[in-house]
Design a protein around this ligand. Structure first.
Ligand code: MV4
Length: 451
């Protein structure tokens, strides 16, 4: 096992990784920007190294500085967390070239999943259902129109280098194709340096359901069930649940088995998430995330498995500590992402936290790097806390969530706690009756049934 791990991240996820390390008897190295000298992740770690000025590109994305920090502290491995360098194949390969273990999949698996056309082709080949559409990039308007005529309008043009909602356009009729194709191409070329685009049937009211997997170096793969991440705004997830209110046990077992066998044939290693759109009882693959995800705690809550510990064990060459038969799903879990933003307009609200009183009690977990007197920085993502609640049933989970939201005090800055308090009172949400557009419809004042 490793003696020392460098955590190439900040905020709540750096704390989360530190906790797993210390439970395993592993020392930690924090890296930080000059703006984060007083951050909780720096205070908690055994050692820390300043890697640059506040801007992420100069610090948390500064590959030479991070490699140097790992080398001078003699770290055995680097955990990238989420965001920043976590899905950067060239970073993963540079880490390995320096004789340091990258806690994640191989650079080749990261690279392949970063190319949305290639990943879709591979996933189809591995036998998972994909959205009907083009097999490769669209070379011309004529080709795009022929294809769209075949699958039926509306269709969606997506950038191959995009993902997470960047670089997409809906085409409602053939007459719109030429303009939207050239707009999406130009935008993708400018944003990603890759103008390749592809076409899919547009699903109008899907849910976003993703399956968590763990795979060891010996080719053992387990799935840890699904998360429903449909509650989102502008491609930012707001609240996630495990399990999905839309699935029953048989459906969960079925999609879980399909994903397991695909991931095994793929030769994938470490933690991964296969994202699907789910509409009218059918799953359609959209993307694979080759990192630890923000919302992993809801899966931990219902399975009792420490996903970060398993990531570290797998990276050290240990076999999975669980077989699929040993995985059981217990109760229901919901995570609220609490951002330092105004709850109605989502304007960032950095500043000094004057009072901090997190909720507690049975079934309540708070992953946050906040403390009273901490100053939330304007340079980074506005996620400041994840409130994760577990209950024996979804209803118990909801009651506990309302109670925990009511207890939570974060003074001095605005947060999205009031937004969550509003969401958990909505009949559609209580009934589990929502899709990926529901929150935006609700905020526009006309939620209605998700149908
Ligand atoms: C789609 C879609 C509808 N039809 N693909 C957005 C982010 C990227 N991961 C894929 N996305 C979508 N792809 C087809 N064929 C709708 C979305 C989408 C979405 C997906 C997941 C979560 C939130 C979303 C919000 C808007 C659109």
């Amino acid at each position: 096992m490793f003696d020392k791990i460098l955590i190439a991240n900040r905020g709540e996820i750096a704390l989360r990784i530190h906790r797993a390390c210390h439970e395993m008897g592993i020392q930690t190295v924090a890296v930080h920007s000059t703006a984060d000298a007083d951050a909780m992740h720096v205070r908690l770690a055994d050692e820390s190294v300043c890697i640059g000025p506040p801007a992420a590109r100069d610090s948390y994305l500064n590959v030479p500085a991070i490699i140097t920090a790992a080398t001078v502290t003699n770290a055995d491995a680097i955990h990238p967390g989420y965001g920043f360098l976590s899905e950067n194949a060239s970073f993963a390969s540079i880490v390995e070239e320096h004789g340091i273990v990258f806690i994640g999949p191989s650079p080749d698996h990261i690279r392949l999943m970063g190319d949305k056309i290639a990943s879709k082709g591979k996933i189809r080949e591995l036998g998972l259902p994909v959205v009907p559409g083009s097999d490769g990039p669209m070379e011309s308007e004529a080709e795009a129109r022929r294809l769209a005529d075949g699958i039926g309008y509306p269709v969606l043009i997506k950038a191959s280098a995009g993902g997470g909602g960047r670089g997409m356009r809906v085409v409602n009729a053939p007459g719109e194709m030429a303009e939207k194709l050239s707009q999406t191409r130009a935008e993708a070329g400018a944003a990603f340096g890759n103008s390749a685009v592809y076409i899919e049937k547009y699903l109008s009211r899907p849910r976003h359901i993703e399956i968590q997997v763990l795979a060891d170096a010996d080719g053992n793969v387990i799935h840890l069930g699904e998360r429903d991440c449909s509650l989102q705004r502008r491609h930012q997830k707001v609240l996630e649940e495990a399990g999905s209110p839309a699935l029953n046990d048989a459906q969960r077992r079925d999609i879980g088995q399909q994903v397991r066998s695909a991931v095994q044939r793929f030769g994938y290693r470490n933690a991964g998430t296969i994202e699907f759109l789910y509409e009218n009882g059918a799953f359609y693959f959209i993307e694979m995330n080759t990192r630890l995800q923000v919302e992993h705690p809801v899966t931990e809550a219902i399975t009792g498995i420490d996903i970060v510990r398993e990531q570290i064990r797998i990276a050290a060459g240990a076999p999975l500590a669980y077989t699929q038969d040993e995985i059981t799903f217990s109760g229901h879990s919901i995570e609220c992402r609490i951002n330092a933003e105004s709850p109605d307009l989502f304007v960032p609200s950095p500043g000094r936290v004057t009072d901090y009183h997190p909720p507690g009690g049975l079934g309540v977990r708070v992953d946050s790097a906040l403390y009273s007197g901490y100053t939330v920085q304007p340079h980074y993502d506005s996620l400041v806390s994840k409130l994760v609640v577990h209950g024996a049933t979804r209803n118990e989970c909801l009651m506990r969530l309302r109670r925990a939201l009511e207890e939570y005090v974060i003074g001095g800055i605005e947060t999205t706690i009031p937004l969550h308090q509003h969401i958990v009172e909505q009949a559609d949400f209580v009934n589990g009756d929502y899709d990926i557009h529901w929150l935006e419809r609700m905020m526009a004042g006309a939620a209605g049934s998700a149908g």
